[in-house]
Write a protein that binds this ligand. Sequence first.
Ligand code: SAM
Length: 356
Amino acid sequence: MTNTADTHSAAGESVVDAFGRPLRSLRLSVTDRCNLRCAYCMPEEEYVWLPREDVLTFEEMAELSGYFTELGVDKVRLTGGEPLLRRDLPRLIRLLLQNRHIKEIALTTNGILLADNAEALYQAGLNRVTVSLDTLRPERFRQLTRRDEFARVLEGIESAGRAGFTGLKLDTVAIRGFNDDELVGLIEFGRHFQAEVRFIEYMDVGGANKWAPEKVFSREMMLAVLGKYYGKIEPLPERGSAPAQRFLLPDGGTFGIIPSTTTPFCSTCDRSRVTADGMWYRCLYATTGTDLRKPLREGLSSHDMRALIRAGWQSRRDRGAEERKALEHAGLREGGLIGIDRLREDPHLEMHARGG
Ligand code: SAM
């Protein structure tokens, strides 16, 4: 990767990191709370939550997003925790849409509260919805998530189309020996709702301390299973920095694979993650971040807030997924990334705090 000079465009400044990667997409975690306890994400029953008084208001989130968009961000994804647990999310969407640099606002949700909120989210201007769904079997869902909410997730998926959303996506973490027999079923289920399924390789992030290399159902394994059922599968052209590789089925259907574990996309990663309490991480695997809440609340000028973010991005050298993969090659990767004691000391290190 080479370093290229930052440029200015009509949309604002366009800043690049130490490897020439632009700052384009912002994942804004609106809460660290979740109403599921998925084994690969929140294996513990209880967690150390972010103190409520530290959680940013919608106005603070919109202000912070404004600094990011002035430096190149044009896509915002609302995530969590479970973002729909945050009351009145449509208000945040309306606030964000006052920012002319934002071209797209997307939401990643587990779908439980979607039926109650889909219409208001659509009316507020939300552009895209991704629902996480790992299985079509209610019993498996309960086993994985430790909650009995499968029926509400289905209602949520149905409600998205009714509310007016198009281009729905379903994200499935493929786990070897757990749901690897459901790939075809999930694609067919998705078609029924005009939704494209994206299979995500199991990653050893945050508290995913149940991770083990043998649980990864790799892109190659997925393509083998799907090819056997559907016949010849063709790759579709890549779309910029999007992590999903898309494929075409012989009958015209499509699906995606996000092979983050076996084929990291660090070289094109343009993502920033801001936690609900304003910690900024430049990599999903990063163990240190920048506190943006403190300077924001202390009234640092907008010029200096921008300078702080600009400098943070320009010094970015993270390649977390590639480094994890290198460790595995050297036979040094075992279990989860971060031990549970360390996670209890710093809740920001959890996937549910920094957003998936
Ligand atoms: N609660 C929302 C949801 O369920 O979509 C948003 C937050 S969740 C952390 C975002 C995404 O991260 C989900 O699709 C989830 O499946 C994914 N995820 C969490 N832990 C993961 C892991 N260890 N490997 C791969 N994906 C993971």
